[in-house]
Design a protein around this ligand. Sequence first.
Ligand SMILES: Nc1ncnc2c1ncn2[C@@H]1O[C@H](COP(=O)(O)OP(=O)(O)O)[C@@H](O)[C@H]1O
Ligand SMILES: Nc1nc2c(ncn2[C@H]2C[C@H](O)[C@@H](COP(=O)(O)O)O2)c(=O)[nH]1
Length: 207
Amino acid sequence: MKHAPFIAVEGPIGAGKTTLATMLANEMQLPVIKEIVDENPFLDKFYQNMDDWSFQLEMFFLCNRFKQLEDTTTQYIDKGKSVISDYHIYKNLIFGERTLKGSKRDKYREIYHILTDDFPKPDIIFYIRADLDTLLARIAKRARTFEEIIAPAYLQQLIEDYDDAMASLARREPSTVIITIDGNKVDFVENPEDFAAIAEQLKELMK
Ligand SMILES: Nc1ncnc2c1ncn2[C@@H]1O[C@H](COP(=O)(O)OP(=O)(O)O)[C@@H](O)[C@H]1O
Ligand SMILES: Nc1nc2c(ncn2[C@H]2C[C@H](O)[C@@H](COP(=O)(O)O)O2)c(=O)[nH]1
C-alpha cells in the first residue's frame, strides 16, 4: 500500500461511518473529511416527498461533495498526505440511481461522471454492513428530526443497493482494498477490542 492512502468509510444511513472515520482519524492522527448534512436545505423536504425533491437533493450533495473532493485533492492527496473521509463519492450514484427516475436520473448520471470520473478514488474502503433493525436503532439514537419518517422499505432497499454497489466497485476497481465490517456483530463504539482490531488492519495497510 502507498504510504499516503486515501481512506473512506462507507455504508448505509446510520451504519456508523462518521463515528468510525472520526475514531480512526484520531487514532492515526489523520485529517478527517466529513460530509455536510445539517446544512442541506432539502433533506427534510426530500423525506416528506422524495419524487418532488430528489433531484435538488442529489444535486446539492453532488455539488457539495465535488467542492470537498476538490479541496481534499489539493490539500492532501496531491501533497502525498493520507486523509480519511466518512464517504466515498460513489454514494452519490448509489442514492441517485434509487431516488431519481427517467430523464432526471439519466442527466444526473451524466453530470456525476463528468464531475467525478477524474477525481482520485479511495485506496481503502471500510464498508460497514448492518441490518435494518440495527440501522433504525442507530438513526433513532442520532435523533435527527427529519430522519424520523424514513421508510423502513427505503432503508432496506439502500442496504441491498450498497451490497450490490460494493460488489460492483470491487469488480471495477480490483486494486481498491475493501474491508467489510459486520455492523451487527462488531461494535467499535462499545467494544474497544473491536475498534483496536479495525485500527490494526489500517495500520498494517499503511505500513
Ligand atoms: N457500532 C456502534 N454501536 C453503537 N452505536 C453506534 C455505532 N456506530 C454508530 N453508532 C451511533 O449510531 C448513530 C449513527 O452513527 P453515525 O456515525 O452518524 O452513522 P453514519 O455516519 O453512518 O450515518 C450515532 O448516534 C452513533 O453514535
Ligand atoms: N438521497 C440522498 N441522501 C443522502 C445522501 N448522502 C447522505 N444522505 C442522507 C442520508 C441521511 O439521512 C443523511 C446523512 O447521511 P449518513 O449516510 O451520514 O447517515 O443524509 C445522498 O447522496 N443522497
